[in-house]
Design a protein around this ligand. Structure first.
Ligand code: XLS
Ligand code: CA
Ligand code: CA
Length: 441
């Protein structure tokens, strides 16, 4: 049975190809800095957007035409596994990510849900055994079902806390079974709508307790995946606790969890938080907690999480700069947490979308790599902070200065000479790199 009859294996045809079903910039085997693009970029497909999303919006029903929708229940779940592995293979994507509810329907009881999961996980495992596709990360969906109306680990109801724990426990076991390289916690409804009925202190303490229990259980079953928290400032709750990279980092430090978690940075969540994608990546990188990336983009004109396929090469270039400087993503990857637009409802659009995303990141990688080689930003930043390399600046950095020595220095200053930040020149330089991709030395 083939699910994507119109599509053959996608190949690299180079930047001048006019074949819509070919890569223009992503050449999986091409080596950059000793690693193939495939090894470095570690692309992943998000099961939920690609195989379960029906393309609904708040005002409209689903538009997606999907050949597996002729089935229901477990039959549909099985058809989706077949379709998924066909898509992975045809795209040449080596990783995928899922929530529990994406792969198997929830049953009437937790026992039944777990049985459904066991059946599908066994099937996925077989497909994984006969392909070179690996699990980038899995996670528990502790936000869609009405039981999670007040949150999961931060719910006001202890039974819900327990239910959420049981679901994560199961996912940790599945992660181990499928050799997951990372494991994600996105706090879907871990936050609050109003303080008028919320015990914020208890909720945050409980969230930390929950994370600690997850760490303990992973140790107990010897599941070595990298744990990742995925920050998002709002949506669905008004105030999400894992607001952004910096506040999540503070949370980890406060509760002594910093050695067990890194961050999964999503582009659209960064912009929702009022940051740029590269800000979140940079913060995580310089603090040693950049673990993985949800590769998508938002719509600057819309204030919510539109999860579009990434196509903005400016953004992917700056993102890839951070990832190169991070030495790659370790056990993380570039997961396309992205859905085709509601108007792009044909099944082949799933291929066009992934090709667009993979090419956007591959192009960004090529450009950013050239910029790192030429030390473009490094030179600018080195020069800009040169005053910390000698004299009083060196004393400050080396901890040899205090307010008295600084006052002495200030009193003796004849003038303070600042230099230009040269932002316009820098932007023009970036444009040169973007536009001369093929003309590089
Ligand atoms: C939702 C999140 C979610 C996580 C995984 O906004 O992006 O999909 O990535 O639960
Ligand atoms: Ca995400
Ligand atoms: Ca999102």
């Amino acid at each position: 049975m083939t699910w994507f009859a119109n599509v053959n294996k996608i190949k690299y045809e180079g930047p001048h190809s006019t074949n819509p079903l070919a890569f223009k910039f992503y050449n999986p085997e091409e080596k950059i800095n000793g690693q193939t693009m495939e090894e470095f970029l570690r692309f992943g497909v998000a099961y939920w957007h690609t195989f379960t999303q029906e393309l609904v919006d708040p005002f409209g029903d689903g538009t997606a035409i999907r050949s597996w929708n002729k089935f229901d229940g477990m039959d549909k779940a099985k058809a989706r596994v077949e379709a998924a592995f066909e898509l992975f293979e045809k795209l040449g994507v080596k990783y995928f990510c899922f929530h529990d509810v994406d792969i198997a329907p929830e049953g009437a009881t937790l026992q039944e849900s777990n049985q459904n999961l066991d059946t599908i996980v066994a099937m996925i495992k077989e497909y994984m055994n006969t392909s070179d596709v690996k699990l980038l990360w899995n996670t528990a969906n502790n936000f869609t079902n009405p039981r999670f109306v007040h949150g999961a680990a931060s719910s006001s109801n202890a039974d819900v806390f327990a239910y959420a724990a049981a679901k994560v426990k199961k996912q940790l076991e599945i992660g181990k079974e499928l050799n997951g390289e990372s494991y994600v916690f996105w706090g879907g409804r871990e936050g609050y709508e109003t303080l008028l009925n919320t015990d914020l202190g208890l909720e945050q303490d409980n969230l930390a307790r929950f994370f600690q229990m997850a760490v303990d259980y992973a140790k107990e079953i010897d599941f070595g995946a990298q744990f990742l928290i995925e920050p998002k400032p709002k949506e669905p709750t008004t105030h999400q606790y894992d607001f952004d990279a910096q506040s999540t980092h503070a949370f980890l430090l406060k509760y002594g969890l910093q050695d067990y978690f890194k961050l999964n940075i999503e582009a659209n969540h960064a912009t929702l938080a009022g940051h740029t994608f590269e800000h979140e990546l940079r913060y995580a990188r310089v603090n040693g907690i950049l673990g993985s990336v949800d590769a998508n983009q938002g719509d600057p004109l819309i204030g919510w999480d539109t999860d579009e396929f990434p196509a903005d090469i400016y953004a992917t270039t700056l993102a890839m700069y951070e990832i190169i400087k991070n030495g790659g993503l370790g056990s993380g990857g570039l997961n396309f947490d992205a859905k085709v637009r509601r108007g792009s409802f044909e099944q082949d659009d799933l291929f066009y979308a992934h090709i667009a995303g993979m090419d956007a990141f591959a192009a960004g990688y090529r450009i950013a790599n050239q910029m790192v080689e030429d030390q473009v930003f490094e030179k600018i930043i080195d020069e800009r902070y040169a005053s910390y390399k000698e004299g009083i600046g060196k004393d400050i950095v080396e901890g040899k200065a205090d307010f008295k020595s600084l006052e002495q220095h200030a009193l003796n200053l004849k003038e303070i000479k600042n230099t230009s930040g040269r932002l316009e020149l820098i932007r023009a330089t970036i444009n040169q790199y973007l536009l001369t991709l093929y003309a590089q030395k």
